[in-house]
Unconditional design. Sequence first.
Length: 112
Amino acid sequence: MIRRSFLIAPLAIACLFASQAIYASPVHGLNPTHSMFARSKTVKFNLHNASSSSMNLRAGDTVMTLKAGETITVNLPAGTRIVTDTASSTQPAGALILDVSPEFNGSTVTLH
């Protein structure tokens, strides 16, 4: 009989906490497998040189020459920075032209 009275108090406490744990939400952790399969969105747009001289541009590791009055189509990942490769009369070498974003998709960017 004495053994049963010692078990009643711990059993009552365990039942009290167990009833709250039933309604608790599960723990959500980060799932790193989604980042493995994520692909960066590529953006396709046109670059038009409206100036009277040619421009040398660098997009990532790619160097492009854009002649005066020429329009080229580029397909770059979002977040790519396009900078001047050589100095011109209007801009120094390494000047930022634009950061590629998904909003440029299908548009024409005119450079002066």
